[in-house]
Design a protein around this ligand. Structure first.
Ligand SMILES: [Zn+2]
Ligand SMILES: [Zn+2]
Length: 215
């Protein structure tokens, strides 16, 4: 099962992706599902999820929440809106209560390790509190992804991948390969928690062909 775990639609002011086109293109390029993760709100994800159901293509709902430790991808917690810079601990508590998961998005984007960026103590706390790391982010330089990969393996955290697409041509450039089928957010949370997934670049996965989007 091939899923792009990190996509923004026009519901986020920073994105140009129309949710209807998202579904068409995701299917064309060989993805089996996409996760819509807008900034601080879930309306866009709900809308894409509805369109996905109509089209018979699974769209999973998540959210990207900014905290003092950077952006966090959250799955399994359904709240219409989040405040700007939610304290990490508050978010962690909400996610735990809901039975969801937290995944630091693009944790090493500035090419600095988590420890260098936020200090050893905070980094240790963060890495012991989260469920996985985004180790392949389509908006990152390769070095930043490698660094995240290294940290994930050092801390025994599952690694996931997502395009962080804001334009359709960016969709699928990074993705997550799941061993089992995923139909809803509950499956997604369980499979990531169990570590039955791997991050990949589009060109590492035979079934994915980004150029098919434009044919
Ligand atoms: Zn982000
Ligand atoms: Zn993002």
């Amino acid at each position: 099962m091939l899923i792009d775990l990190h996509v923004h639609t026009i519901s986020s002011p920073c994105s140009q992706i129309d949710p209807k086109e998202l579904i068409v293109v995701a299917r064309k390029i060989g993805l089996d599902a996409v996760c819509v993760t807008e900034h601080e709100e879930m309306e866009g994800a709900e809308e894409a999820w509805r369109l996905g159901r109509e089209a018979g293509f699974p769209v999973l709902r998540g959210v990207e929440v900014y905290t003092e430790f950077g952006d966090m991808l959250v799955f399994g917690l359904f709240r219409p809106a989040f405040s700007w810079q939610t304290p990490f601990e508050e978010l962690w508590r909400m996610v735990r209560e809901a039975g969801g998961i937290i995944i630091p998005a693009h944790p090493c984007r500035s090419d600095r390790g988590i420890h260098e960026k936020m200090g050893r103590e905070s980094a240790e706390y963060l890495l012991r509190s989260v469920d996985a790391l985004e180790v392949k982010n389509g908006g990152n330089a390769e070095e930043a992804n490698l660094l995240a990969e290294e940290i994930a393996s050092r801390y025994g955290l599952p690694g996931v991948g997502g395009s962080d697409a804001h334009f359709l041509m960016q969709l699928g450039r990074c993705l997550t390969v799941f061993e089992r089928d995923i139909e809803d957010e509950e499956d997604l949370v369980r499979e990531i928690r169990a570590g039955r997934c791997n991050a990949a670049y589009a060109n590492e996965v035979e079934e994915v062909n980004l150029s098919r989007a434009w044919r």
